[in-house]
Design a protein around this ligand. Structure first.
Ligand code: GLA
Length: 712
């Protein structure tokens, strides 16, 4: 397969008119791919190749394809990667090669620095690439250093500018809104610039995740053809600009959003952009995702090699309406059903302004005396007595105007002077650029954890984006640094929490998927993909995020929405949990919940640590199928969801990733009335689509366990 794929990059690079052939300056190599940069005689550095390493041009024949980090103001007239104004007012930058260095960080990671300098000014740019060999991932970022004697104004500062040349380009974005995240839409790029961005600053991914797929020549395909995946490890505003120029070259410029975010770069205070994480696959999006998942589990998440717990959350069970006794009953139910953690959500704090709805109390983190007379400590005691680990929700970056915190410190909220208060979900954002605010926000979680050592889990929420983005802490000339400085402070807080409380597991949430990036996730174990828990919708949301994030990261909770068997089957393909009032469950439902949890405990090592194969896309047909296979291919779990009535549709599914020579025992699980008859079949036949999975009605589903029989 690999040999047969002639990458678009190669075909077109060699026929391009950017002819000057060179030796490679730097070759970044991964298991399957290579990215090559070359130097022109005048010292300017170019991309020469990015694709399969089997197709690398011969030595001495690398074309100078596109400048590696094009700058505004000189001879470059397209979307620049960098735009600065030097201390003397010169608006141009021309970068030339100084030196480069490649270091082996360990047996898998190589880090390359290419140092460039303006041809006149002492202004330096280092292109930094980390190549993760086994996972085929390249992380690119840029460091700017000013050695002029006065500040340099920086207006645009991409993490990476990546060129491609093909006949046509198909780009997939992951857009949405609250309750409707990660919708995949693919479009053919036309001449001009298509920009995917967010200018929302905080909770910046509410309408669009910083993710894209790019397929040259034809639409992205799951199992074949070329595709580049890109994701920015950055939680703030971002911009991906896809520019198809007059010669049909595509330049993708990616990074933190430059919109209203310029800053003065002081001499000798280097600035580093976020990392852009790119994976190229010559075998479709399936392989690309598997590489992202392997990278995510090893490098992108906390404890990515550890099984995640099954938790019961009270949010959709009670919303704000609970008290000590109610929670203790839920603890007991959770324990009896086999859950491994109870998560107390919003509503446990505030006294002068009790947090009984989302209008008041946010910011006042003392427990509510009425609801919880024995405090969080009393809940911990009861949870410990019952034997269920305990977690708690915080939203440390936010405040309701109706709170004691806001009454005392109205200036702590992000807001522009002379403008009326603009609340979203009745709340304001606390200005983390102010060290006093940062200390306060940090202490919310830290104090809770110090005072209640029984707590083992935190859900960290952030429920609004920035409007009226002004800081009463920053000086007038630094107002445009708000988003940047906010995130520096935020990451410092997250990092400190992770380091000071290493045993605490953490869920990242932002009103659903408003913060879905690998930088924030590096401090967390999982994220809450959406407040929409309707299983039919969740199939699409989980499918979308699965392109970049492994199953263990996606908190998937069964709620009252949807039928219980279908909901469980959907949630069990990710990190299973529930938002459910177990006291209200019928005896039959409770028994089903118990047995589904027990089944999940048996199969979750395959789901959470295994390899994903997406088999049938919910976007293409009225059904969806996906499977996970463990490392030695001895076990696999298949999930099939019927999304519309379809009595006559074909029910054959070609499985993937199995051992063709092994014989598998096939058994439908998570039901007392299996549709499939238990049987044995060879891996090769299963992968040739010789088996039917006969679902016909909307909202029916099956979970199938495949176990390789010992070879004789
Ligand atoms: C957000 C989260 C929910 C829940 C509520 C609590 O909307 O996404 O899961 O925690 O906040 O207010």
């Amino acid at each position: 397969m690999i040999q047969k794929v002639l990458t678009a990059a190669v075909v077109l690079l060699l026929t391009t008119t950017f002819t000057q052939a060179q030796d490679a300056l730097v070759t970044l190599e991964t298991k399957d791919n290579a990215l090559v940069l070359s130097k022109r005689n005048d010292g300017r550095v170019f991309y020469s190749y990015y694709g399969l390493k089997d197709n690398l041009p011969e030595k001495g024949k690398f074309p100078l394809f596109w400048e590696a980090y094009p700058c505004a103001g000189g001879d470059y007239v397209k979307e620049p990667a960098l735009r600065v104004v030097h201390a003397d007012g010169n608006t141009s930058t021309v970068l030339v090669y100084q030196s480069h260095e490649t270091k082996k960080i360990d047996e898998n990671i190589t880090e390359t620095h290419i140092l460039l300098k303006d041809e006149y000014y002492p202004f330096f740019v280092t292109l930094i690439f980390k190549a993760y060999y086994r996972e085929n991932l390249i992380a690119a970022c840029t460091e700017l250093a000013n050695r002029e004697d006065k500040p340099v104004m920086v207006y645009q500062y991409a993490s990476q500018s990546m060129p491609l040349r093909a006949n046509s380009y198909y780009m997939t974005q992951f857009h949405g809104t609250h309750n409707n995240e990660a919708n995949m839409v693919e479009e053919k790029l036309t001449p001009g610039i298509k920009v995917l961005d967010s200018k929302r600053g905080i909770r910046a991914h509410e309408m669009r995740s910083p993710l894209f797929l790019l397929a040259p020549n034809q639409g992205a395909n799951e199992n074949q053809g070329e595709v580049y995946g890109g994701t920015l490890a950055w939680s703030g505003s971002f911009q991906f600009a896809f520019e198809v120029d007059e010669r049909n070259t595509l330049i993708v410029t990616s990074g933190a959003h430059p919109f209203a975010s310029h800053f003065a770069l002081e001499p000798n205070k280097p600035f580093r952009t976020p990392e852009m994480l790119t994976i190229y696959s010559a075998e479709g999006t399936g392989k690309m995702s598997r590489d992202y998942h392997a990278w995510g589990r090893k490098y992108g998440l906390r404890e990515g090699n550890q099984i995640r717990s099954i938790l019961l959350n009270n949010w959709e069970a009670t919303y704000f309406n609970f008290d000590h006794d109610k929670l203790v009953k839920l603890f007991q139910g959770a324990k009896d059903a086999g859950f491994e953690l109870f998560l107390l959500d919003d509503g446990w704090f505030g006294n002068k302004h009790p947090r009984n709805n989302d209008k008041a109390g946010l910011g006042d983190w003392a427990h509510n005396e009425k609801k919880l007379p024995r405090g969080v400590a009393g809940l911990c005691e009861e949870a410990e007595r019952i034997g269920i680990p305990f977690g708690i929700w915080v939203e440390p970056e936010m405040v309701n105007p109706q709170s004691e915190l806001y009454e005392t410190h109205p200036d702590w909220a992000i807001h522009q002077p002379h403008r009326s208060l603009h609340v979203l979900r009745n709340q304001m954002i606390l200005d983390q650029t102010n060290p006093a605010v940062k200390d306060f926000s940090y202490s919310i979680t830290a104090d809770l954890l110090k005072n209640n050592p029984y707590i083992s889990f935190i859900k960290w929420d952030a429920n609004r984006y920035i409007t009226n983005g002004g800081s009463s802490y920053l000086s007038p000339e630094k107002q445009s640094e708000l988003v940047w400085r906010y995130h520096e402070a935020l990451y410092e807080m997250m990092d400190k929490t992770a380091k000071e409380f290493p045993h605490i597991r953490m869920m990242l949430c932002s009103g659903g998927g408003g913060r879905t990036d690998y930088k924030a996730l590096s401090y967390f174990h999982e994220f809450w993909p959406s407040d929409n828990t309707e299983p039919m919708k969740r199939i699409f949301i989980q499918w979308g995020y699965s392109h970049f994030f492994p199953a263990m990261t996606q908190a998937a909770h069964v709620t009252k929405r949807g039928n219980i068997k279908f909901s469980f089957d959907v949630a069990m393909s990710c990190r299973l949990g529930m938002d459910y009032d177990l006291e209200k469950a019928s005896k039959e439902d409770f028994e089903f919940i118990k047995s589904a949890i027990a089944e999940y405990k048996r199969i979750r090592d395959v789901v959470q640590l295994g390899v994903l194969y997406r088999l049938v896309s919910p976007y293409d047909s009225p059904r969806c199928a996906l499977m996970y296979v463990n490392d030695d291919k001895s076990r696999a779990i298949l999930f099939v969801y019927q999304m519309e009535d379809d009595p006559n549709g074909t029910k054959l599914i070609s499985l993937q990733g199995l051992n063709p020579d092994a014989t598998y025992q096939i058994r439908e699980i998570n039901t007392s009335k299996p549709v499939l008859q238990e049987r044995q079949m060879k891996g090769s036949d299963l992968m040739r689509g010789q088996m039917a999975f006969p679902l016909q009605q909307r909202s029916t589903s099956m979970v199938v366990e495949l176990t390789a029989l010992p070879s004789r």
